[in-house]
Design a protein around this ligand. Structure first.
Ligand code: SF4
Ligand code: SF4
Length: 184
């Protein structure tokens, strides 16, 4: 036989929790209708960066791929030529893929990159409904062309050699620079 407390007080006490909670601040986030900004250093989707003239920073060295604990990166480097230049210096990343089915967004790859070609954005919406679309290709990862940038391939527009780029000694090339090169 239930006691008086069990019959009358316990149900009221249960509703007491409900009423108290009704007046507390709601912590539920209404994602995806209301998207909250991430912390500034949040590790999201990767980005392959460009120099201010549009050339690619990636030199196809594969250090990011070797550093990755999840084997999520695949890189194939190739040589720039006089007629077809994608990055300052000798080599560029011809094929660049990140498999987001494997990536754990740890950031070790960006620590390994010697040219700061690879960084991470705050973009976190990486879900998809098929496996193939979660393997991002180079064109999916490359930074957009900003004003003043040209789509590679094109010659180095901001320095005499790759050393100028790496040292940050960037300046627009003048007609004189081109002329002196022609007479070398
Ligand atoms: S963030 Fe980590 S797991 Fe993802 S590609 Fe880079 S090293 Fe690999
Ligand atoms: S992203 Fe950086 S580490 Fe990876 S291949 Fe390009 S230059 Fe090398």
């Amino acid at each position: 036989m239930p006691t008086l407390k069990e019959q009358f007080w316990d149900p009221v006490a249960g509703f007491g929790v409900t009423f108290r909670t009704m007046f507390k601040k709601v912590v539920t986030e209404q994602y995806p209708f209301d998207k909250k900004p991430t912390a500034p250093r949040f590790h999201g989707r990767h980005q392959l960066n460009r120099w201010p003239d549009g050339l690619e920073k990636c030199i196809g060295c594969e250090l990011c791929a070797w550093a990755c604990p999840a084997d999520a990166i695949y890189v194939e480097g190739a040589s720039n030529t006089e007629d077809e230049r994608y990055s300052p210096g000798e080599r560029y990343g011809r094929v660049y893929q990140i498999n987001y089915l494997r990536c754990i967004l740890c950031g070790l790859c960006i620590e390994a990159c010697p040219t700061r070609a690879l960084t991470m954005t705050n973009e976190y919406e990486l879900a998809d409904n098929n496996r193939a679309d979660l393997i991002y290709e180079k064109q999916d990862l490359l930074a957009p062309l900003l004003p003043g940038m040209e789509q590679p391939p094109h010659p180095m527009l901001l320095g005499d050699d790759d050393g100028d780029y790496y040292r940050g000694n960037l300046r627009p090339r003048t007609a004189e620079t081109h002329e002196s090169e022609e007479h070398r």
